[in-house]
Design a protein around this ligand. Structure first.
Ligand code: FAD
Length: 501
């Protein structure tokens, strides 16, 4: 198939700048064969034929964005997805009052590609703060003691000095990590340069070198999105806040102005993206292996079906790839990256709140703790008529234990621990659901994170293709993170295919 490279690059550059990508389509293939019914028998006289120009594996934002861009350039693309739903780590819980987001939630001010796609597909954004007012304040429960935000500055457990004593514990990780950030005012891909490798060390060591004490670091550990401060590269955190503050150097918080969500739920976006595609996305197609032969990639699924493409874009989270076979084998640094890179884990346990327990005991409703539940928050209502709903949100090391529990055990555990620190919640919660992005075989966790030494080792290898298999996904992005990182990666993977045509 032919395409106009110069126009594609121009359009992609326009998309990055927030300008609508052209919807012009060239030379679209008429081939709509979706799946070969039986595995083909290959021999030298009968060359394998591709059923599509590109097979995209994974219907998260990265896979869907790459499919849209390739289709616009006339490629025949088939997206296949392991789960029975679209969106991957974008998942609005439509059955929970207030339709909370179980994953990708806040759209940042620099999410140009994502905002562009929202506009292009006729969806609307809104700022949660404009609709519902600010979030409720946290009531801290540290070492079993209640501390209000107003009492924190003078409290004996406050480990900081001077003006820093005004800083609230839930802001420690972001504010203190970003202070003196060596990436400040630098380009977004600066973190990959060799001169920053000296920060590719455990984050707790970095903070100690900056003079922070253990009590401060322990409070930061409560909300770390990873395996713990010791297992997280300082460069991971420096980059995270560099991206967050890009433009004006100031960190923006999800409960502050400038963050947006999709009206009606973020899942509407991947759904609209999938609907805009020529070929319907095939759900429940869990890929178990890739085999490349004669320049054609055969994609095998757990249900026995097979797809064949001239190219594949694989947006499966990198740690899930440990369970997928590649022929020829993946070797070298990419293999090590697949074996070693991990995602932060988190679990949300959703409840309906029968009676406002905070009115019973007269304390702030939302709890931020250094105990096993970490946070329990009443959801900010999206509509006046919504019922009160709340959730325990546990991430990082404290969330690992939930991998060993059934949903029933998770509910029992959360209710029991919550009643211990907040007796007014006892008998006052109705169970709704346990949600975690790694609680099924297709998920790895919430955000990929770099462990000490991994930026140096793997940072520049994540985008390397394996034959005609091109890797996408938030974990391969170098400029942006999260949902916009997924868009960036989908764009880069599509471009890789266009440029080699
Ligand atoms: C709790 C939570 C909160 C978050 N909050 C934010 C936020 O506020 N802002 C932000 O920007 N980002 C946030 N993120 C991160 C953001 O959601 C992700 O970075 C982004 O959605 C990742 O998109 P992706 O396409 O790279 O991966 P995914 O969405 O994971 O897509 C990969 C797809 O591949 C599929 N798949 C996996 N294995 C197979 C297989 N073997 N065969 C076929 N298909 C397979 C999966 O089902 C999935 O659909 C959050 C994530 C979580 C979990």
């Amino acid at each position: 198939m032919k395409t106009n490279r110069r126009r594609f690059i121009k359009n992609v550059a326009g998309a990055s700048a927030g300008i609508l990508v052209s919807t012009a389509c060239t030379n679209r293939s008429e081939n709509k064969n979706n799946v070969s019914k039986a595995p083909a028998i290959h021999n030298k006289t009968k060359p394998i034929k591709a059923s599509h120009d590109v097979i995209v594996v994974g219907a998260g934002l990265s896979g869907l964005h790459s499919a849209m861009l390739l289709e616009e350039q006339g490629y025949d693309v088939q997206v296949i997805e392991g789960r029975q739903r679209l969106g991957g780590r974008v998942y609005t819980l439509n059955n929970v009052p207030g339709k909370p987001e179980a994953a990708g939630e806040f759209i940042g001010a620099t999410y140009a590609r994502m905002v562009n796609t929202v506009n292009k597909l006729g969806l609307e954004l809104y700022s949660p703060e404009d609709n519902n007012g600010p979030n409720r304040p946290w009531l801290y429960n540290l070492k079993g003691e209640y501390i209000t935000a107003a009492n924190w500055e003078s409290h004996k457990m406050n480990p900081l000095e001077g003006e820093d004593r005004k800083l609230l514990p839930h802001r420690y990780l972001s504010t203190l990590s970003h202070r003196d950030n060596p990436l400040k005012d630098k380009p977004l891909d600066e973190w990959l340069k060799p001169e920053y490798q000296k920060y590719d060390i455990p984050h707790n060591e970095y903070l100690r070198s900056k003079g922070y004490n253990e009590a401060t670091i322990d409070l930061m550990n409560v909300i770390i999105h990873s395996g713990g401060m010791h297992k997280t590269s300082a460069l991971n955190e420096l980059r995270r806040y560099h991206v967050n503050s890009f433009g004006n150097g100031k960190i923006t918080f999800p409960d502050g102005k400038g963050w947006k969500m999709v009206k009606g739920g973020n899942s509407l976006l991947p759904e609209a993206m999938a609907n805009s595609l020529q070929n319907e996305v095939h759900l429940s197609k869990t890929v178990i292996g890739f085999k490349e032969q004669d320049g054609i990639v055969q994609v095998s699924c757990a249900d026995g079906s097979e797809y064949k493409g001239k190219n594949v874009i694989c947006s499966i989270p990198i740690s899930v790839l440990r369970n997928v076979t590649f022929e020829p084998y993946i070797t070298g640094v990419t293999k090590e990256a697949i074996e070693q890179i991990d995602y932060g884990l988190s679990v949300q346990v959703h409840f309906l709140i029968k009676e406002p327990y905070w009115e019973k005991d007269g304390m702030d409703a939302n709890m931020w703790t250094d105990g096993p539940l970490e946070r329990f928050a009443v959801r900010t209502k999206r509509n006046e008529n919504d019922l009160n709903a709340g959730l325990a949100y546990i991430n990082g090391p404290e969330s690992f234990k939930f991998n060993l529990m059934t949903d029933e055990q998770v509910f029992n555990y959360v209710e029991q621990k919550l009643a211990e620190i907040r007796p007014s919640t006892k008998g006052n919660l109705e169970r709704l659901m346990v949600q975690s992005c790694e609680r099924d075989v297709h998920g790895a966790g919430d955000w990929v994170y770099w462990q000490p030494g991994q930026v140096t080792k793997f940072g520049n290898h994540m985008r390397k293709s394996h034959g005609n298999i091109h890797f996408a996904g938030e974990h391969t992005a170098i400029m942006q993170r999260g949902m916009e990182g997924a868009f960036e990666s989908g764009e880069r993977a599509a471009l890789d295919i266009i440029l080699k045509a």
